[in-house]
Design a protein around this ligand. Structure first.
Ligand SMILES: *[C@@H]1O[C@H](CO)[C@@H](O)[C@H](O)[C@H]1NC(C)=O
Ligand SMILES: *[C@@H]1O[C@H](CO)[C@@H](O)[C@H](O)[C@H]1NC(C)=O
Ligand SMILES: *[C@@H]1O[C@H](CO)[C@@H](O)[C@H](O)[C@H]1NC(C)=O
Length: 379
């Protein structure tokens, strides 16, 4: 079952008016770096967009996050571009979030002005991220900033027509279309093609210089993993199966589809589920589990709901709204305090990445298990 953000019918209540200055979403993790944030559109001239039916080339939007060890100038980066912010505010009004919320938020971005000062010549591993169906990539950007701050190049991707809204740098907007169950396989194929195209583009050092501006880039691509939420988790599994250069993947709370259910995977793969989403309740997880031949782990997060694994709980917490929202919101955002929930997600995702792309050791899982008693190891 998919969980597009459910529109809850709730009465609007009075919420504090938002200040005009931006509110910064915090970076979490032990000893996080500053992060440079970029975004750009990419056009795949070799592929017709399957959603448009007018023969135009497929375009995607991506954001890049890269750690900066010595940041000389920083600024508050808008959390979302303006039309996206208005669009998401209308959507999140159903959660009781006040109009203006999205525009009021910012991320601390390290400013790459003047001649670049290379903070490191060391090549960092690369992490690709794909989000839920009908969901903007931007509502994961606080989480992805924290993953980058732990020492990764991170790229988030919007899959146009599948995402609720994609805003290009020139102001062009593509809003989402309804994708029914029969169309999911095709949508998944398009997402994997988007990922393959993105990886091919990233192989160009010039492109990496644009996305991760404070680092020196050359030669081959670094070790790469993919993580995804919901349908993005299914995308992570499918991309891992089809693209041999991806070393490992994390499926956060996503039901799986397609040939991966039959063929399985032979590289490291982790499943993270919200409360009661496990192999016992999701047949696709049960089917794929014995087919996972590499390192594998499945955890269940008690108190988490489907959109706990986005920035939304942290946002409600930072705005002081978490206890003021309608009770139904808990079914979507869970009951774990937002800052803690963000620390939890980042801790488990980076524990996986450190194991799969860096140390090979599972030590960070041991530390995370000690800190987060909500997390139960299922398998
Ligand atoms: C929210 O605020 C924007 C910008 O001020 C405005 O255009 C829009 O109509 C408002 N939406 C609602 C539902 O009040
Ligand atoms: C805006 O950018 C998109 C993505 O690159 C492109 O397809 C579109 O033609 C551009 N629109 C205008 C008006 O330039
Ligand atoms: C999870 O399942 C248990 C046992 O069936 C139930 O008591 C609990 O309410 C469920 N939790 C959620 C969030 O549905």
């Amino acid at each position: 079952m998919l969980h597009p953000i459910t529109l809850l019918l709730v009465t609007f209540w009075s919420v504090p008016s938002l200040a005009t200055s931006r509110i910064r979403l915090p970076v979490v993790g032990s000893n996080p770096s500053d992060v440079a944030i970029t975004s750009m559109s990419l056009t795949d001239q070799r592929r017709v967009d399957p959603f448009t039916k007018d023969g135009r080339a497929r375009r995607i939007m991506v954001s890049g996050f890269s750690p900066v060890s010595v940041c000389r100038h920083s600024h508050l980066e808008a959390y979302m571009p303006p039309s996206t912010a208005n669009f998401e505010d209308e959507k999140f009004a159903a959660y009781g979030l006040p109009n203006g919320t999205s525009q009021s938020l910012g991320l601390k971005g390290c400013t790459a002005n003047g001649a670049p000062r290379y903070c490191s010549s060391k090549t960092l591993p690369l992490v690709l991220f794909s989000g839920a169906l009908g969901t903007s990539r931007t509502i994961y950007h606080s989480m992805l900033q924290s993953v980058a701050a732990a020492g990764y190049f991170v790229v988030s991707v919007d899959h146009p027509y599948d995402a609720d809204i994609v805003e290009f740098p020139n102001g062009t907007i593509i809003t989402g279309v309804d994708i029914n169950d029969a169309e999911l396989d095709d949508a998944l194929t398009t997402r994997v093609e988007d990922i393959a195209f993105l990886y091919q583009e990233l192989a160009k050092p010039s492109l990496r210089t644009q996305l991760f501006p404070m680092h020196r880039h050359s030669g081959n691509l670094p070790k790469t993993a993919i993580i995804g939420h919901s349908f993005g988790g299914a995308t992570a599994a499918a991309a891992l199966q089809q693209l041999s250069y991806i070393r490992g993947g994390v499926n956060i709370d996503g039901t799986m589809f397609g040939s991966v259910l039959r063929t399985g995977l032979n590289r490291p793969f982790m499943l993270i589920g919200h409360e009661n989403k496990t192999q016992e309740t999701d047949p696709s997880w049960k089917t794929v589990w014995p087919q996972l031949k590499g390192w594998k782990k499945e955890v269940e997060v008690k108190g988490a709901a489907h959109y706990s694994f986005s920035d939304l709980p942290l946002i409600t917490s930072v705005l002081g709204l978490q206890d003021k929202l309608p009770a139904e919101v808990e079914q979507v955002l869970g009951s774990i305090e937002g800052y803690r929930m963000m620390k939890l997600t980042v801790a488990y995702v980076t524990a996986f990445l450190n194991m799969a792309l860096k140390s090979g050791s599972e030590g960070d899982f041991v530390r995370a298990d000690t800190e987060f008693s909500e997390v139960v190891e299922v398998s």
